[in-house]
Design a protein around this ligand. Structure first.
Ligand code: TRP
Length: 333
């Protein structure tokens, strides 16, 4: 009776280039937790992607470990999911090189994120920043992932990954599973508290809430959240982006529906609404923050998780890489 249905495989990753935010929790990790029984899931801390822009070494190290602790604290079970650090699995770099030889310069030049980031880092436009989507393709294809949950901003990269896979399969016969980008709807887009037209970003400290922010900081950020000059707590993305974002956050934090939330605050101004959202988020994040802090005290445990994760990941990745080597004509090691 075992194994009647092969579970579909998920791969995703987050860069340890900034501390995790409420946006990453509500938009990504929460969904990963909800999917962990139904799928075979592999989640990666993509430190090799993070160095495409300059990182402070001590911060990078701290964030990678903290991110692992946060994945677990948010409810990702290391027994059910493979959790690992990208640089611990050398097959990513190896396949990345090969796939770069099947990717056109023109394709990479068209990537929106490259254009944006090369403007932001005009003094340091590296080859790594340019070939970043190739490494991301290697991440996904090594594991023959079916689904790749990502934010809308990463869809173009997953589509490029599909194109590369399809091209390779066309030349050498079926080698890679074609992945599908998977963009969760609910809570997928948490916007900046300071500028609700933009996605909440870890590089905008006042507009985002970090998972490790203490309660008083969270409350301050919500009290200062940008709203509008009206008074009604109503959902209207177009005309009331700030209030709508706060309602989204409130519903995601409490499990209430939009109608329930609007009814709860009807007749009450933003002076009541904003701190209530802050309070809901404080209560949502409290166990995550406390559990993360506890796990970070237990370095031996975290080490055992990422070592075991890398071992399992390598098992899968090496199978794909060996197949690729054979197909392109490399002599077996
Ligand atoms: N590029 C992704 C981001 O910045 C992170 C990432 C790297 C990723 N490799 C991946 C996401 C593979 C999904 C699958 O958000």
């Amino acid at each position: 009776m075992e194994n009647q249905v092969q579970k579909k495989r998920i791969f995703s990753g987050i860069q340890p280039s900034g501390d995790l935010t409420l946006g990453s929790y509500m938009g990504a990790i929460k969904n990963w937790v909800a999917m962990q029984d139904e799928y075979e899931s592999i989640y990666c801390i993509v430190d090799m992607h993070a160095i495409t822009v300059r990182q402070n070494p001590a911060d990078l190290r701290r964030r990678a470990l903290e991110q692992l602790a946060q994945y677990i604290a948010c409810g990702l079970d290391p027994q059910k999911n493979i959790l690992f650090i990208q640089s611990h699995v050398p097959q990513h770099a190896e396949l990345g090189w090969i796939l770069g030889c099947y990717t056109q310069f023109g394709e990479l030049s068209r990537m929106t994120q490259f254009k944006q980031k090369s403007q932001q880092h005009a003094d340091n436009i590296t080859a790594g920043l340019f070939t970043y989507p190739v490494l991301m393709a290697a991440d996904i294809l090594l594991y023959q992932a079916d689904l790749v949950p990502v934010g809308a901003d990463q869809k173009q990269h997953v589509e490029l990954c599909r194109d590369i896979a399809q091209r390779f399969n066309g030349v050498y016969s079926d080698t890679f599973t074609l992945p599908v980008p998977f963009i969760p709807q609910m809570g997928a887009r948490i916007m900046s508290l300071g500028n609700p037209e933009n996605k909440m970003s870890k590089s905008d400290p006042e507009g985002c809430v970090y998972l490790m922010d203490p309660p008083e900081v969270i409350q301050r950020k919500f009290k200062r959240a940008v709203t509008d000059s009206e008074t009604a707590v109503k959902f209207d993305r177009e005309h009331k982006p700030g209030v709508s974002n706060l309602l989204t956050v409130y519903c995601a934090a409490t499990g209430k529906t939009l109608e329930e939330a609007e009814a709860e605050f009807s007749g009450q101004g933003y002076g009541v609404f904003k701190p209530a959202v802050g309070e809901a988020v404080i209560e949502l994040l409290r166990p995550v923050r406390e559990e993360t802090a506890r796990l970070l005290q237990d370095k031996a445990y975290l080490e055992s998780v990422y070592r075991e994760g890398a071992r399992k990941a390598q098992g899968i990745a090496q199978r794909t890489l060996a197949k690729v080597h054979r197909k392109i004509g490399f002599i077996a090691r």
